[in-house]
Design a protein around this ligand. Structure first.
Ligand SMILES: Cc1cc2nc3c(=O)[nH]c(=O)nc-3n(C[C@H](O)[C@H](O)[C@H](O)COP(=O)(O)OP(=O)(O)OC[C@H]3O[C@@H](n4cnc5c(N)ncnc54)[C@H](O)[C@@H]3O)c2cc1C
Length: 382
C-alpha cells in the first residue's frame, strides 16, 4: 500500500530506522515470544533507547514531542511483525495519553520519563468479569480514607497485565451516583503496592506473546496523589481518549489486511494446481481483487480520519465506523486468505495461520463492533 499523503521525508526516515530495528530485534525472536507467551522487558527497554516509546511525550518529560503521524508508523510497523506487539501501541497511544492529558505536572514528572525509557510499562484496566461493554456498571470501588483510596475489586483481560508496572485503573468513587457513569474515576496503581496482585496470564486463542491477565485489588491502599484528573470525571476522560484507541485498532486492522493480501499474492503465484498457478483461477483473482478494493477503500478512509484526528475534529462517528468496518474486513480477509492457501494455510508455519488466530479479537476489544454501531446509530438520531 502506498504511503499516506501526510507522510514527509522525516517520516520515511523514521519508518526505515524502525523497520531496521524490528528486523533485527523483533522478527527473529517473535516465534519464541509466542511460545513464551510474553515479550521480554528487555525488548521494551530497547524500544525506549531507540526513541520508539511514546515519542509524542513533551521533551521536558523525556520524550521527543512528535506528532501522531509517528504513532501511525509505529502502529503499522509493529503490526507487520505481529499483532502480539499491540501492547506497545496500548502503552504509547492509549494509556500514556491519560497521564499527558489529565495528569498534574508532578504526576507527569513522576511517570512520563519512565514510560519513555521502557522502565515503566503501562496498562489500562477497565474490564471486569461482570462488566465489559457496560463500562458504567463496574464494581471495583475506591473509597477515600484520608490521603489514600482503599481499592477493592477485580479486573480481567488486561493487555500488558503481567509486564505492567503502572496501571490506570477505572474505579467507582461514587457507587451511588446516578447516572452511574458520573461516579467513575481513574487511579494510577503501581506494581508493588500492597493489596495489588496480578492473576494468571490468560490462555488466548491468539495474540500468544501478549501478556493479557487478571488483576486483583484487595484493601489496596493507593495514595490520593495517584488520582488522574478530577474525581468522578473518569468516564468523560475515557470517552475522550477511547477515540484514539479505536483509531489505533483500526490502523492495525488495515495493516493486518495489507499484510495478509501481500502474503497470499506471493503464495498464489507460486503454488500450482492442475498445472497452473492458483492465482490464475478466476475465483482466486476475483477474491484477491475484492480484497485489494476493500484495502484501497480502507486506506483512503483512514487517511482522512487520521488528518481529522490530528486537526482535533470530532471523529466519534467516523472512528467508530472505521473501527468496526476495518476490523470486520480484516477478519473476513483472514478467512479468505487462509482458504486460498489450502491446507498449508492451516499449518502453524504459515503466517496466515497466525493472522487467522490473531485477527478476530480486534472486533471485540476497544469497544466491540456492536457497541461501535450503537454509538453511530445514536449519533444518527436513532
Ligand atoms: C485480548 C484482549 C485484550 C483486552 N485488553 C483489554 C485491556 O487492556 N483493558 C481493558 O479494560 N479491557 C480489555 N479487554 C476487554 C475488552 O475490551 C472486552 O472484552 C470488550 O469490551 C467486550 O466486553 P465483554 O468481554 O465483557 O463482552 P460483553 O460486554 O459481555 O459482550 C458480549 C457480546 O454482547 C454484545 N453486546 C454487549 N452489549 C451490547 C449492546 N448494547 N448492543 C448489542 N450488542 C451488545 C457484545 O458486542 C458482544 O458481542 C481485552 C479483551 C481481549 C479479548
Amino acid at each position: 500500500m502506498g504511503k499516506y499523503r501526510f507522510e514527509e521525508e522525516e517520516h520515511e526516515l523514521f519508518r526505515k530506522s524502525l523497520k531496521k530495528f524490528l528486523e533485527k530485534e523483533a522478527v527473529p525472536q517473535y516465534d519464541q515470544w509466542e511460545k513464551d507467551h510474553i515479550i521480554p522487558k528487555s525488548f521494551w527497554k530497547r524500544m525506549g533507547e531507540m526513541g520508539f516509546l511514546c515519542p509524542q511525550v513533551e521533551e521536558q518529560y523525556g520524550g521527543l514531542g512528535l506528532d501522531f503521524r509517528y504513532a501511525v508508523i509505529i502502529g503499522e510497523e509493529m503490526e507487520r511483525v505481529g499483532t502480539s506487539l499491540t501492547g506497545v501501541g496500548l502503552h504509547n497511544d492509549i494509556t500514556v495519553p491519560y497521564i499527558e492529558a489529565y495528569g498534574t505536572d508532578e504526576q507527569k514528572q513522576r511517570w512520563l520519563p519512565g514510560c519513555v525509557t521502557g522502565e515503566y510499562i503501562t496498562a489500562i484496566a477497565m474490564t471486569e468479569p461482570g462488566a465489559g461493554s457496560d463500562l458504567a456498571n463496574i464494581s471495583t470501588t475506591a473509597v477515600r480514607d484520608g490521603d489514600n483510596y482503599i481499592v477493592n475489586g477485580q479486573k480481567t483481560f488486561i493487555t500488558n497485565g503481567i509486564n505492567s508496572t503502572h496501571v490506570v485503573v477505572v474505579v467507582k468513587t461514587d457507587p451511588k451516583a446516578e447516572p452511574k457513569h458520573r461516579g467513575i474515576s481513574l487511579l494510577m496503581i503501581e506494581e508493588g503496592i500492597p493489596g495489588f496482585t496480578k492473576g494468571r496470564k490468560l490462555d488466548k486463542v491468539g495474540l500468544h506473546a501478549q501478556d493479557t491477565s487478571e488483576l486483583y485489588f484487595e484493601d489496596c491502599v493507593v495514595p490520593a496523589a495517584n488520582l488522574i484528573g478530577d474525581e468522578n470525571k473518569g468516564f468523560t476522560y475515557l470517552m475522550e481518549k477511547l477515540q484514539q484507541e479505536r483509531l489505533v485498532v483500526a490502523i492495525a486492522a488495515q495493516t493486518a489486511s495489507e499484510d495478509m493480501l501481500e502474503t497470499t499474492l506471493d503464495y498464489v503465484k507460486s503454488r500450482k494446481a492442475f498445472g497452473k498457478p492458483i492465482g490464475s483461477f478466476q475465483n482466486s483473482q476475483f477474491k484477491l481483487v475484492e480484497m485489494a478494493t476493500e484495502i484501497e477503500l480502507g486506506h483512503s478512509f483512514l487517511e482522512s480520519l487520521i488528518e481529522d484526528h490530528m486537526a482535533g475534529k470530532d471523529i466519534v462517528s467516523k472512528v467508530s465506523m472505521a473501527k468496526y468496518w476495518l476490523t470486520d474486513t480484516a477478519k473476513k480477509i483472514a478467512g479468505e486468505c487462509m482458504q486460498l492457501h489450502g491446507g498449508y494455510g492451516y499449518m502453524e508455519e504459515y503466517k496466515i495461520a497466525r493472522r487467522y488466530r490473531d485477527t478476530p479479537v480486534a472486533a471485540i476489544y476497544a469497544g466491540s463492533n456492536e457497541i461501535m454501531k450503537t454509538i453511530i446509530a445514536k449519533r444518527m438520531g436513532l
